[in-house]
Design a protein around this ligand. Structure first.
Ligand code: NAP
Length: 263
């Protein structure tokens, strides 16, 4: 089901998935503050509407609400279809979720939905919107990966693997796009205060108990990194050092450490 609350012909717009909460919601305000119209995508219509109202109270831009389950058949395609008459200048693939537990004990359908959202929807939306950006020789794609992308994550094996895909895919197409004027950024936040930890059931894990960043600082950093055209951007010095140290640490040790913070 898809609802559209604002529509204008040939309006430039930034499409943000997962804009009803967390990082995606804050990112919408970053675009709005820069005078860029936004299309907010998620499943919870009331939350999207509330974000729309909050943005319009502060900024003179156009805000569209697109209600879509990106794991549903035709989910990404329905988002693309509703923006057919718009010039999509930015695509933010932010919607994502994680799970925690022993892989073989987790709900199979939920694990597959996780891959569907974190990988398939991101890939499909990118494939749908990229051709028009390449044709125009301009555009930005901001993919929200994670510091999980840099190592395996026992107890969150599928989640960490999906984020490794996001990082690798983003770097790959960013290189393919060299010279086209289209930039791709993989942004890698560490633990961040959003609904994510509740959804994944990891609030009581060291991963979050060791400290989490504010959603404001993560969204601002992601927006700035995209604006500068950075290919890979890691939020925070501690996260950068951790991601960097992985290169010099034996894999068995990395696996053991990752297991401690997610158990
Ligand atoms: N928070 C962290 O610690 C952290 C760290 C690193 C990376 N990240 C990444 O940051 C991104 C944003 O996460 P967050 O922390 O902001 O989490 P969040 O607060 O749980 O927000 C997730 C967003 O995704 C949307 N969403 C979930 N399932 C969807 C579906 N099937 N179709 C469409 N939209 C869907 C949710 O909206 P609806 O429920 O309304 O659909 C919500 O707007 C994710 O990719 C996550 O992996 C988060």
């Amino acid at each position: 089901m898809l609802a559209l609350f604002f529509w204008r012909y040939e309006v430039k717009v930034a499409v943000i998935t997962g804009a009803s909460a967390g990082i995606g919601k804050r990112l919408a305000f970053e675009f709005a503050a820069d005078g860029i119209n936004v299309a907010l995508v998620a499943r919870r219509e009331e939350m999207l509407e509330a974000v729309r109202v909050q943005i319009l109270e502060q900024y003179k831009i156009q805000v569209m609400v697109i209600v879509a389950d990106l794991t549903a058949d035709q989910g990404p395609q329905s988002v693309f279809d509703s923006l057919r008459d718009h010039e999509v200048s930015h695509l933010v693939n932010n919607a994502g979720f994680g799970t925690n537990g022993l892989f073989w004990e987790l709900d199979r359908q939920k694990e597959l939905r996780q891959i569907g959202l974190n990988i398939s929807a991101l890939t499909e939306l990118t494939h749908l919107f990229l051709p028009q950006m390449v044709k125009r020789n301009s555009g930005n794609i901001l993919n929200i990966a994670s510091t999980a992308a840099f190592q395996p994550g026992p107890n969150m094996s599928v989640y960490f693997a999906t984020k490794a895909y996001v990082l690798s895919f983003s770097e790959g197409i960013s290189s393919e796009l060299s010279g086209t004027g289209v930039k791709v950024t993989a942004h890698c936040p560490g633990a961040t205060h959003t609904e994510f930890a509740d959804v994944a059931g990891v609030n009581d894990k060291l991963l979050f108990k060791a400290g989490a960043a504010t959603v404001d600082s993560v969204a601002k950093h992601a927006y700035l990194s995209m604006s500068k055209g950075k290919v890979v951007a890691i939020h925070g010095l501690k996260n950068w050092l951790l991601a960097f140290s992985v290169r010099f640490t034996p894999r068995f040790l990395i696996r053991s450490l990752a297991k401690v913070i997610t158990k």
